[in-house]
Design a protein around this ligand. Structure first.
Ligand code: C2E
Ligand code: MG
Ligand code: MG
Ligand code: MG
Length: 287
């Protein structure tokens, strides 16, 4: 009986494996088509001050507009895009879109764009960023690039030079999903970066135990010592936010504040916030 059950599991396993391979091949073809048709859109999630809730910037997050599946999350296709190299045209398009969009926003919020290791290492990446900023007339200070610890793992001089070049331009560099990588902490004192984004796995558990609080608190203190900004990702509850306030984590983003917004919702979000702030000031002035 046990043998039979084992066999059944194996067959099911094989079937799952087979379809996983097929799915990847199919996805690859579909993704190629999507790149040709530019069937993508970018959503923008507000990044806020944890103390006052005021929006300081937006993270640009790509979505695949699939003809039958609808909006497909990047978690489902970024890996295939990386393997196939399609991440380069997709990523460059997102960068262009994000920079152009940011010029139309009221006020001066920054836009933060995810850059994969492969895209970053591609020739002329820094030149592409410079050109995109110049063409849109967006000050470099309003652009942030999110890289991963993976990019910094190898001791790659060109990466180092490019990061330095971008920062000299005024572009800020963030390490995304901080705390989930394998790199040692010692690189942090040398690497040319500006911001740590605390991964949402830490934020999601910050309210659950004092151990988790200690970890997040440790990252925030470390960042302060190294003169780095901190953004906590994935703030979902008021309990998370209250603890991050206590820890004095300066910035955050998450569903508690807002889901990623469609491009045409961003201006409304900023104006609403402004009007609300305006009304509050007016109310205080009346008192
Ligand atoms: P990420 O850069 O760490 O982005 C944050 C992810 O967390 C986003 O998922 C966002 O929608 C989600 N999120 C925001 N608030 C919350 C929350 O309160 N709780 C939870 N559980 N999740 C929250 P999304 O949009 O599905 O993107 C997934 C990942 O795909 C991103 O993670 C990033 O690594 C990658 N990605 C997205 N856009 C791009 C892109 O244009 N280029 C590259 N190379 N990667 C991208
Ligand atoms: Mg990110
Ligand atoms: Mg992240
Ligand atoms: Mg991520």
């Amino acid at each position: 009986l046990a043998k039979g059950a084992g066999k059944g599991r194996w067959r099911r396993y094989q079937a799952a494996l087979h379809s996983a391979v097929l799915q990847r091949i199919e996805m690859r073809a579909a993704l190629e088509q999507a790149v040709a048709d530019l069937n993508f859109t970018v959503a923008y999630q507000p990044i806020v001050g944890v103390a006052d809730g005021e929006t300081v910037g937006f993270e640009a997050l790509v979505r695949w507009r699939h003809p039958t599946l609808g909006m497909v999350s990047p978690d489902e296709f970024i890996d295939v895009a990386e393997e196939t190299g399609l991440i380069e045209p997709i990523g460059d398009w997102v960068l262009q879109q994000a920079i152009t969009m940011a010029t139309a926003w009221p006020g001066t919020p920054y836009v933060s764009v995810n850059v994969s290791a492969r895209q970053f290492r591609a020739p002329y990446f820094v030149d592409k960023v410079r050109k995109a900023l110049a063409e849109a007339c967006l000050p470099a200070e309003r652009l942030m690039l999110e890289i991963t610890e993976r990019l910094l793992l190898r001791d790659d001089e060109q990466v180092w030079l490019d990061l330095t070049g971008l920062r000299e331009m005024g572009v800020r560099i963030a390490i995304d999903d901080f705390g989930t990588g394998f790199s040692s902490l010692s690189y942090l004192q040398q690497v040319p970066i500006d911001v740590l984004k605390i991964d949402k796995t830490f934020t999601a558990t910050v309210a659950s135990s004092t151990r988790q609080q200690a970890i997040v608190d440790g990252i925030v203190r470390l960042a302060q010592t190294l003169n780095l900004e901190v953004v906590a990702e994935g703030i979902e509850t008021e309990a998370d936010r209250d603890l991050l306030r206590l820890i004095q984590c300066p910035y955050g983003q998450g569903y508690l504040y807002s889901q990623p917004l469609a491009p045409d919702e961003v201006a409304g979000w900023l104006r609403f916030e402004h009007d609300t702030a305006g009304a509050e000031i007016a109310a205080i002035a009346k008192r």
